[in-house]
Design a protein around this ligand. Structure first.
Ligand code: NOJ
Length: 712
């Protein structure tokens, strides 16, 4: 197994040999990443001035499409690098392959809602095999930023609010993209981003400053990055923002002391788009030369797009403002990944692969399975779902009933909307025979026609451009006009089944109240239409669970389940951290999701495997309903008394269990002492003896409760 966190002597030897031959200009060239494939870039490749090319246009921020790569185009440039440049060092082609390539999977937040890391790993493997067939060897994914404020548009790109779930997803994605050997032709290098605390942007405004204590950083924001590093991730991306005043692109403590010295990361760090030169805007560098010196010294090995390294590192080093060893080390890290990813041995992509690798039937099946597991059933009054032959006339209405590309979500430059099936179309294909469908071209027509139906499936939600990079909202409601539309439909007296497409948890308590059933579908990807139709008609049973708290109102964010108790929690006398104008607590808690069947928990047992742990915690789950279904059993703990106020709950394990009707299964979790550590007063990891509460249950607000006493 090739784990890039271990050094391979033969590769290190080859790197040394190359370094010994390289001129200063050629070394700097390896740290430079332009973003187009034009004639000037080709000449720069020939001159050894390019280490990597990012396949994207300058307008590219997950919002639109940009021409896909192709094996032929990459091979042609690669040939210049490998045959015409002096040292024949191959180019690394990177692209934002964020949630699938031609086969578009649910947005990452939706993938996290599956609570199924194995399936997420498979999806990443599919994305790797498709992207690599077009010559891409490096993806800028997974995004592993924790987000507690869903006004932030990029909440769509991560795994939500919880460090444990996000770590599991981060490791799964890295394994899927890279495999055990990232030099295999169908594997690509992963990039854990955006290091770190980017989701803490003040006010949910992308690129804004974050103010996060070192303790919270270590306990909440850093763990998914650490998990990615432990899973062998080849690269990391430094974030745009400043953390407590220090921009991440110049954060030596985090990029070097923590990442390299503490965690032993041996891959390389790329800046975010032009974030090196943006150090000038941050006000910590006077010009691009100063910015370059700061960033390289901090541990940013490659300059994405800004060209500052190429322009100024030579003079910075020649003037003695930066030691040449710092540059050598950056180049060493970049070359290491180039060797490990097999670029020196097979720099070209077989142009015949794309014809069969992209959007195969098997790939679409993975997308359909994952989309189905990502949808969260939030409400199902009187078991209205799944639909059965009570409903002969079914209206399928709403602004997204016939949407195709809108199913994709943010960052899908390689998805083709005409290859997606709309929800309305999929419903017609999957519905049992004999149902009459009612469609409408406008809201007015919908309101006129809905009373002809026995039931209305209404698809509302956000356009993909409302989430993702640079797409924050100040109001977590549905886009303007959608709520009145729903109210008008409901007024006609027909029961409504609401499907919500969204890049974030929205605050929609009234819309949920008005509807008989609600399927929260995120942006479910290319097979989302079929996956939703399967769920509506009961071919599959909902099993998605919220990876992030759903608020009642925008004013509640940041809101997250693993908060501390405060001295005046809710229920403490008459004084508490309540809002006077809002019921307490979330609309739906972290981990929540319904099924068409009912799961019962019983017989919690906690046993210490040794006198002071680890612990084995088990419970029995029974499917007490009529249908087979999957439950996501969740393990939470609370450290009751500690030197630091600890969260009221912390997820420490989860398992997806498939149960036939009437079946009982025992789930067993192992709680290691390392699961009980936290960052103490001196910012170091500690473990404290004492009382712990334990829950095993269906979400962060329910479950069987027990306790144990840790003696050290
Ligand atoms: C900027 C984004 O922040 C980052 O996530 C992305 O990978 C790069 N642009 C490259 O497109």
């Amino acid at each position: 197994m090739s784990n890039q966190n271990n050094l391979h002597p033969s590769i290190e030897e080859k790197i040394n040999q190359l370094l010994a031959q390289m001129t200063l200009e050629e070394k700097i060239g390896q740290t430079n990443q332009p973003h187009t494939f034009g004639e000037p870039e080709k000449e720069a490749v020939r001159q050894g001035q390019v280490g990597s090319i990012l396949n994207a246009t300058s307008a590219f921020a997950g919002l639109g499409s940009s021409p896909s790569a192709s094996a032929e185009v990459c091979n042609a440039i690669q040939q210049i690098a490998v045959k015409e440049s002096r040292l024949n060092i191959p180019i690394l082609f990177g692209r934002d392959v964020i949630h699938g390539y031609r086969t578009v999977f649910p947005i990452p937040l939706g993938m996290a809602a599956s609570w199924n890391p194995e399936l997420v790993e498979l999806a990443a493997a599919v994305a790797a095999s498709e992207a690599s067939a077009d010559g891409i060897k490096w993806t800028f994914a997974p995004m592993v930023d924790i987000a507690r404020d869903s006004r932030w548009g990029r909440v769509a790109e991560g795994s939500g609010e919880d460090p444990y779930l996000a770590s599991a997803m981060a490791a799964a994605a890295v394994r899927g993209y890279q495999g055990t050997d990232m030099s295999a032709p169908h594997k690509i290098i992963a990039c854990a981003k955006h290091y770190v605390g980017y989701g803490g942007a003040e006010g949910g405004r992308d690129y804004e400053s974050a103010e996060i204590s070192m303790r919270t950083l270590r306990d909440i924001y850093l763990p998914p990055f650490h998990a990615a590093v432990n899973a062998g991730v080849g690269t990391l991306m430094a974030a745009f923002h400043d953390l407590n005043g220090v921009p991440l692109s110049a954060h030596r403590h985090l990029l070097t002391d923590v990442l390299r010295l503490e965690w032993g990361f041996k891959g390389f760090v790329v800046s975010d788009w032009a974030s090196v030169e943006e150090l000038v805007n941050h006000g910590i560098a006077k010009n691009r030369a100063e910015a370059s010196a700061l960033a390289l010294f901090a541990g940013v090995d490659m300059d994405m797009v800004s060209g500052s390294y190429l322009e100024s590192l030579g003079s910075v080093i020649e003037q003695g403002r930066l030691s040449p060893e710092v540059l050598d080390e950056a180049v060493r890290r970049i070359l290491r990944i180039k060797f490990l990813s097999g670029l020196f041995d097979h720099p070209y992509t077989d142009p015949r692969r794309a014809a069969t690798a992209l959007l195969s039937k098997e790939n679409r099946q993975v997308a359909r399975l994952l989309a189905g597991q990502s949808v969260v059933l939030l409400k199902n009054e009187a078991g209205i779902l799944p639909m059965d032959n009570r409903f002969r006339r079914v209206a399928v209405l709403g602004p997204h009933a016939h949407s195709q590309g809108e199913l994709f979500g943010t960052w899908t430059p390689d998805g083709r909307s005409d290859e997606a099936t709309s929800i309305a179309q999929a419903i017609q294909e999957i519905a049992p025979k004999g149902i009459d469908f009612i469609f409408a071209d406008s809201n007015d027509e919908s309101i006129r026609k809905v009373s002809l139906a026995d039931v209305a499936i209404v698809i509302l939600g956000e356009h993909p451009s409302r989430s993702g990079e640079n797409s924050n909202v100040s109001d977590l409601g549905l886009p303007p006009g959608q709520k009145p539309f729903l109210e008008a439909l409901v007024k006609q007296g027909v029961p409504v089944i609401l499907i919500v497409l969204a890049g974030r948890p929205l605050a929609i308590p009234e819309e949920i109240h008005l509807s008989k059933a609600v399927l929260y579908a995120w942006h479910p990807g290319i097979e989302g239409g079929y996956a939703l139709a399967d769920l509506l008609f009961g071919n599959t049973n909902p099993s998605g669970r919220l990876p992030i708290t759903m608020p009642r109102a925008t004013g509640q964010v940041p809101i997250y389940y693993n908060h501390r108790n405060s001295g005046r929690p809710i229920g403490y006398q008459d004084f508490s951290y309540r809002y006077v104008d809002l019921p307490h607590g979330p609309l739906f808690p972290f981990g929540y999701g319904l099924s068409y069947t009912a799961f019962l928990y019983a017989n919690l047992s906690i046993s210490a495997l040794a006198p002071s742990g680890p612990y084995e915690i088990s419970a029995e789950i029974t499917n007490a309903g009529q249908r087979a279904g999957s439950e996501v059993a969740q393990l939470y703990i609370r450290d009751r008394f500690a030197s630091i106020s600890r969260p009221v709950k912390e997820l420490k394990g989860f398992q997806r269990v498939m149960l036939k009707s009437g079946e009982t299964k025992k789930v067993t979790f192992r709680l290691n002492l390392s699961d009980l550590t936290f960052t103490g007063l001196d910012d170091l990891s500690i473990l404290e003896a004492g009382e712990y509460q334990v829950w095993v249950g269906p979400n962060s607000q329910a479950g069987l409760e027990g306790r144990f006493e840790l003696e050290l």
